[in-house]
Design a protein around this ligand. Structure first.
Ligand code: PMP
Ligand code: GLN
Length: 410
């Protein structure tokens, strides 16, 4: 048989998350690579989902999502952004944010269309763009140890580069804030520049805000670009129960967008999955509609995840890494410059040393560059801190023991 993978998919292999998780398992390593909480989400949600699983029809849900969940999403998004979305026309439930990304990109990107993406970026964007036949136009986020990063105190956009990347126009821009893998939250001033550019190009902004409730800025939560002047009519906003409730296995996400854009997104969504399982949607809806419960639950997240970040950051620092703390998300980036001083060691190689030597797994961020080569010197790894205290303690012991052994021989 001469059947071959379609060319548009030929640049992709097994996901780095699968690869690192397999490697971690093979070495008995603590998995700080794949971003999933190894503790359960709220039991109240599980109980409702279990109840619905036993008692609801368990047949196809409405393609646009269960009415109760769409209403709950609408009210949650309103309390977060101040923007009101009609649950019937402007909210759609998807099979995780992954499907939302795929459906949105494929709804708006034609063959040859330019799609602006900040790199390093989450892998689904590149795959969805490739499937649509679009051209990924990268804008680099410069690392904290580069001149642009040092000037900015963290991962930084060079606005001259941004201008030249966008000057030929584009159909869609993809923004992820809080950002995976860097943990960056785009500032209101940065969002203003981005919005002006999207408006000036009469383009659409797809904003992936799956980490919207996991933020650690002293002056409050991240700002959503949808709230900026002129942006509601051209922003498609994505979020997900995976991050908000810590159940990555639920695969329930949602999109909010103005009705005209939503009609197109729904067409693709209908063709890709048609609908998402009803029991999970209904269980989530019940708890999300409980105003007192949801407010208390969401308000507690920064403290819980913030303490985990503090713990891991302290241990990595003790182990000779330079930590760039996450402003949001459940990932922090740490530079291993000290461990390789004077030598050039690629992150994909260093992470293997860490997995076999320390028995702790992380993600090499060079795999998140799709529209350009990763910088030659990218001595950073991404560590997930969405783990139990026991898991983090075990990782810390291993990292510190390994660092003592390896730094003493440098
Ligand atoms: N967007 C980003 C930035 C992510 O990190 C992830 C995965 N963790 C997703 C989307 C996918 O979310 P889901 O699991 O809901 O498909
Ligand atoms: N989003 C998660 C991460 O960044 C993993 C998603 C996946 O495994 N596909 O680690």
């Amino acid at each position: 048989m001469s059947m071959k993978l379609a060319r548009r998919w030929s640049n992709f292999g097994t996901s780095i998350f699968t690869e690192m998780t397999q490697l971690a398992n093979a070495h008995g390593a603590v998995n700080l690579a794949q971003g999933f909480p190894d503790f359960g989400g709220p039991e109240e949600v599980l109980k409702e989902v279990a109840r619905e699983t036993l008692h609801c029809h368990n047949q196809y849900a409405p393609a646009i999502g269960e009415a109760g969940l769409r209403a709950a999403v609408s009210s949650l998004v309103k309390s977060r952004t101040g923007i009101e979305y009609c649950p019937d026309e402007e909210v759609t439930v998807t099979t995780g944010a992954t499907e939302a990304i795929y459906s949105v990109v494929n709804a708006f990107v034609n063959q040859g269309d330019r799609v602006v993406v900040f790199e390093p970026c989450y892998d689904s964007y590149a795959q969805a763009i490739a499937n649509a036949g679009g051209v990924l136009v990268p804008v680099r986020l410069h690392a904290p140890d580069t001149p642009a990063g040092l000037a900015n105190g963290g991962w930084a956009v060079d606005w001259d580069e941004f201008k030249s990347a966008t000057s030929a126009g584009f159909a869609l821009m993809i923004l992820n804030t809080p950002h995976n893998p860097t943990g960056k939250i785009f500032t209101p001033a940065e969002l203003e520049k981005i919005s002006q550019c999207v408006i000036g190009n009469d383009a659409i902004l797809m904003c992936d805000e799956v980490y919207e409730y996991l933020t650690y800025l002293p002056d409050g939560p991240s700002v959503s670009p949808v709230a900026l002047s002129g942006m509601r009519s051209r922003t498609v906003r994505i979020s997900s129960a995976a991050k908000t409730f810590g159940f990555t296995g639920f695969k329930v996400g949602w999109v909010t967008a103005p009705a005209d854009l939503m009609r197109d997104i729904r067409l693709v969504h209908q063709g890709v999955v048609f609908c998402t399982n009803p029991a999970t949607q209904r269980g989530l809806a019940t708890m999300m509609a409980d105003k007192q419960w949801i407010a208390g639950y969401l308000a507690g997240l920064p403290e819980i995840y913030g303490a985990k970040q503090n713990f891991l950051a302290a241990s990595l620092s003790k182990s000779g890494f330079r930590v760039q703390r996450a402003e949001g998300s459940y990932f922090l980036m740490a530079s291993y410059e000290t461990h390789v001083k004077g030598t050039a060691v690629r992150d994909v190689d260093f992470v293997k040393t860490l997995i076999s030597g320390a028995r702790v797994a992380a993600i090499p961020p060079s795999v998140f560059y799709y529209g350009s080569q990763a910088p030659r010197r990218l001595n950073w790894l991404r560590f997930a801190f969405c783990k139990t205290d026991e898991t983090l303690t075990s990782a810390a012991e291993r990292l510190e023991g390994w660092a003592q052994r390896s730094l003493s021989t440098v």
